[in-house]
Design a protein around this ligand. Structure first.
Ligand code: KG4
Ligand code: ZN
Length: 343
């Protein structure tokens, strides 16, 4: 049987970290439902995601979230053409819940199964609200686990130009937030207090890797913030939380923008996108947009709810995998350190 190419209804599942999510997406860009159960409140008391707790909560919530996604789309499994699921990278116990669930549904409802790379999902979130966006373009993926500068050559074809050598951008936000007493998750909290601070108050370093590559390094910046805090405490100086937050955020954004624009120049692309949880940061978006405008490059970004983990983005990526004829067997397994472009 030849697979259809339009009106393809995909049920997508995402459980790689601390969001239990399911969505129904038609033809990759038409989101009929997007249900997200965020576990953030559960993990906040521990200051970060506790893998064991995440897995257990996924098990508790996954059926309910899938039922809601189907109901929200006014569909039953009988209407669905394929089941897609994030199978890596992520927390192995968390990924396994989604993968086992997707396999069970695929088997019971006799549906094709498509394993999706989480980062491919983040990148594909851009297709949902930007119907005209097509590869090739450059994409900066900035999340809690990843900082990748990616050349999207075609659907499903990626070249990683640069990546972080230590902390991911979101991880740096989370660690600095903890150090200045803001708690988890740090990104949104730093963004909020930064609004009341002076971004030029403290000249934190803007770390560049020495070899001229497109790689990033954020651990030095994080250490600089910690050193500043220790120094100020020892000298009895007042620490202005909002100024520390704003100055740190300013440094991260400057590094991200500079590196990204260097790649835009070198590769002569006319489209640039951002993705991942940190991409919901309005100051980062504005800075990227301004830099892109100066170069006459079109700038794309998903809405905040599609930047952080969700299943609609997995459904968007899965559609193009589906069109390319990629299917997985019931032996699909979670791959916690899955590389982009590897299948
Ligand atoms: O993409 P995501 O939901 O999960 C991963 O795949 O990692 O990203 C979560 C990360 C966290 O580190 C969080 O602090 C950061 O994205 N984040 C932000 C903002 N919202 C979330 N960072 C900066 N500004 C924000 N507004
Ligand atoms: Zn993510």
């Amino acid at each position: 049987m030849v697979a259809k190419t339009s009106d393809v209804k995909i049920l997508a599942i995402e459980s790689s970290c601390d969001e239990t999510a399911a969505a129904v997406v038609v033809d990759g860009r038409d989101v009929r439902s997007n249900v997200i159960f965020s576990q953030i409140a559960l993990h906040t008391v521990y200051g970060g995601v506790v893998p064991e707790i995440a897995s257990r909560k996924h098990i508790e919530k996954i059926n309910q979230v899938i039922t809601q996604a189907l109901e929200g789309a006014h569909m039953t499994l009988g209407d669905i053409d394929a089941v897609a699921v994030t199978y890596g990278p992520g927390l192995v116990g968390a990924l396994l819940v989604g993968v086992a669930e997707a396999k069970a549904i695929a088997y019971a409802a006799k549906l094709p199964l498509i394993g999706v790379h989480h980062i491919e999902g983040h990148i594909s979130a851009n297709y949902i609200e930007n119907k005209e966006l097509e590869p090739p373009f450059l994409c900066l993926v900035v999340s809690g686990g990843h900082t990748h500068l990616v050349k999207v050559q075609d659907y499903g074809r990626y070249e990683i130009l640069g990546r972080t050598r230590d902390d991911a951008a979101g991880e740096a936000f989370d660690k600095v937030a903890r150090a200045i007493g803001l708690g988890y998750p740090g990104g949104p909290k730093i963004e909020k207090v930064s609004g009341e601070g002076n971004a030029l108050a403290i000249p934190f370093p803007k770390p560049k890797v020495a070899d001229g590559s497109y790689d990033f390094s954020f651990s030095g910046l994080k250490s600089a913030v910690l050193n500043y805090l220790n120094g100020a405490r020892m000298k009895g100086e007042e620490i202005v939380q909002a100024d520390v937050a704003a100055s740190f955020q300013h440094s991260v954004i400057e590094v991200l923008v500079q590196n990204a624009m260097r790649a835009v120049d070198e590769f002569g692309v006319d489209r640039f996108a951002i993705a991942g949880g940190v991409a919901s940061n309005q100051t980062l978006r504005s800075a990227m947009e301004e830099a892109c405008n100066k170069k006459g490059v079109a700038f794309y970004h998903p809405s905040p709810v599609l930047c952080t983990d969700n299943a609609a983005m997995i459904g968007a990526a899965a559609y193009y995998e589906y069109l390319a004829g990629r299917r997985d067997g019931l032996d699909l397994n979670a791959v916690p350190n899955l590389k982009l472009g590897e299948r």
